[in-house]
Design a binder for this molecule. Sequence first.
Ligand code: AOF
Ligand code: ZN
Length: 363
Amino acid sequence: MDADARIVAAMRRTLELAARGPLTGGNPQVGCVLLDADERPIAEGWHRGAGTPHAEVDALSRAPEGAAHTAVVTLEPCAHTGRTGPCAEALAAAGIRRVVYAVDDPGPEAGGGAERLRAAGVEVVSGVLADEADALLGPWLTAARRARPWVTVKWAATIDGRAAAADGTSRWITGPDARRDGHRLRAESDAILTGTGTVLADDPALTARDDDGALLPHQPLPVVVGARPVPAGAALRRHPAGLVEAGDRPLAEVLDELWRRGAARVLVEAGPRLTTSILREGLADELAVYLAPKLLGGPATAIGDLGIAAIGDAIDLELREVRRLGPDLALALRSAPADREPGGVGVRHAREGRAAPEDGRGR
Ligand code: AOF
Ligand code: ZN
């Protein structure tokens, strides 16, 4: 292997290492491979979640002192002192001569590590396997750039887009495989957003569970929006992660607050009212739609009025993933490339100027 191929191979390895870290907890998944002066790997590390050492520091702790020459990292080494010290300084202090990373850290505090490294006389190269790193870190990068969590909106519907029958019943539209997938989505989220209407109608537990009903290791924080209080006896009051009653506040404000509390990934699991509001306000980044091969007909559509008058105003989506789960389909969608915000990957409202409905809370 020539020198460049070794760097690319090391970067590919950082992506594998990064993926061992948790999706939840507010921090990005980062891996690091240290190379000696001949560009042979001598140590590797990865970030195990908020409050634990960053990937670079983890890798440095496993390398013989003074042996590491080049650090290959998924993300630009941080420049800030957060729960841990700045990686840019730790790398320079350890005698690293060259740092190669894939994508910039967009954070206002943590970003700027490349400059700090250069100022310390370290050679810095960025953009190696940037697309691959972006595929892994895209949601976190988007969240960090705009200081608001990545929002995945989930719903289950019949093939004709209905989410309930005439009598209001909606359990169960999809089968056990799709439900299991929904619990995985919960376990991969920092918070789960719903409306008081859903709480009053369905009394959901909003926990992440396995097939036997046992709690998965990570539980999302349930957040309820809407003016009405969560009843004293509601299942949500026994949620292991606690409960946030956000009240009747603007949804964007609730999301901003969740980012400040360390949530980078929020799942919306609500009825048509709140789901529609999130879409109308352009707050959805990704849709997770489960479709059952059933027909219900009738007025109970999964999504309400989006304020779209003409077909040309439709929100264009890109189908990113299709899976068959037992009898059902699971679709992952994001906005079509032309509708994306600059540098963004989310679901944006196709046209500007559609105000959110005043009563757009709850169900
Ligand atoms: C790195 N390497 O492995 C990670 C980085 O306050 P802390 O210590 O939890 O720092 C979190 C921030 O550090 C996070 O928002 C992101 O900007 C950066 N994450 N940086 O150099 C790593 N996980
Ligand atoms: Zn760091």
